[in-house]
Design a protein around this ligand. Sequence first.
Ligand code: GLN
Length: 548
Amino acid sequence: MTKYIFVTGGVVSSIGKGIAAASIGRILRNRGFSVTMQKLDPYINVDAGTMNPFQHGEVFVTDDGTETDLDLGHYERFIDANLNRYSSVTTGSVYSEVIAKERRGDYLGGCVQMIPHITNEIKDRIRAAGANPPVDIVIGEIGGTVGDIEGQVFIEAIRQFRKEVGNSNCLNVHVTLIPEVGPWGEIKTKPTQHSVMKLREMGIQPDILICRTKRPISDEMREKISLFCDVSKEGVVESMDVDSIYEVPLVYEDMGLTSLVVGRLGLPDRPANLEQWREIVRRIKEPTYEVAVGVVGKYTDNGDAYISIGEALKHGGIANDAKVSLQWIDSENLDEGDVSAALSGLDAVVVAGGFGKRGIEGKIRSVQYARETQTPYLGLCLGMQMAVIEFARNVCGIGEANSEEMDPTTPEPVIHILPEQKLVTDMGATMRLGEYRCQLVAGTLAERVYGEPVVMERHRHRYELNNEYRERLAKGGMICSGLSPDYRLVEIVEVPDHPYFIATQFHPEFKSRPNRAHPLFQGVIEAAVRRSGGRKCGAASSADGDRA
Ligand code: GLN
């Protein structure tokens, strides 16, 4: 029998509900259970694909090409599993399905209603997550906070779900904030009491409260929360702020959360295997080296917009025993003037993916800087396309080289629209999405870094390197080192005579894990450590001035 854990949030958003859910996944994986995770998002978009990353954070892509909320990235990184379309549910996708069924006549003339039709569809999706593939435990996170109007039908669905599978197969976890208020920073439980009250009004009695706090919660306070919220005292779990998100599973383990969950769900109490995770955290907390890496993009005001890139770089740091000091650099500020003011002192430069024209000249100039100064460079999707344009313009003498995306009438479309994209008019879920095979060319940096001849990587793009320019780029010295199996599509380019210059049409950041850094990220950090001359952690870097 599959067990289900539902995670809701209260008081305010942005208190780390996704990390809390993912960490519960990790502690259960450490006990040898198979786990999948699901995000139940109350927004009306059918998927996250059409959402602006500036407002909503990164769009994460799964192997099967589902464009999802960034929380799925956390889930995959924590539970070390590849998720699929069953892990992403939105109000929009639920309603689309119910309306399609109604149009087909599946409801036999019945009046289609929130309860039971919408709630049934949500419950079917929860069951489907547990069955594709079959797992011991499904952890479902409800987006937003309790009390949001748009989240109500999901709360009602999980209420019904618990009734159907029974109390011993279902657990409700509520993540809440214990804020500090007043001049002496007193910590207050009242917002948590109200949040639980709201949840109970809707028929959900939480079994566990994860209390996010900056200060330790006293025994007395736990008793008070327990009494007012009708949760056992052991069920009131303190979760203090920590330096790294990867510490959270260890905090939960120390707080006894795993035993509590396992006991409550009647699962066998197996010994925990914590070695690997402890080693990850040790390397994060006591690194030998330190490197400064600049990520050039246009959504730098929202740290969540490039979250998988930041995490993948940190994983590269874990693999190389190095702390990665990230600098988010707004490419628009580099469109003109001296780029070296912003980039000198960096040990590596990454140009992120993106869409549209804004800030692209700054990206192209960042590539040029990295290439000419022998600074390790990793280009991701748009960062690959910009690397091709830069090389065409500045090395191959194709002065007007551009992408059709930025200038549809460019005389030199070194990047042009994929043929199958030409007739696409709808924006949602129509890009080249998800996992495709890529063949690596023998003797290239790509092959050396991956250490294998064929790789599978995740994509999200509409444009590609124009094959008509391949020969001229090759004459200039650019190597196409990764190709689709039919050789039609260039997936990786690199520039030799450079310590590390590589750029990919796909998004390797989506496949990196703390215990298994993606080879391209491991490689760029290794090159960065080399460039820094093995600078020890804590020693000043010449980039510190820029950071201050
Ligand atoms: N805008 C580019 C394209 O559609 C790059 C996409 C990306 O960086 N994800 O091809």
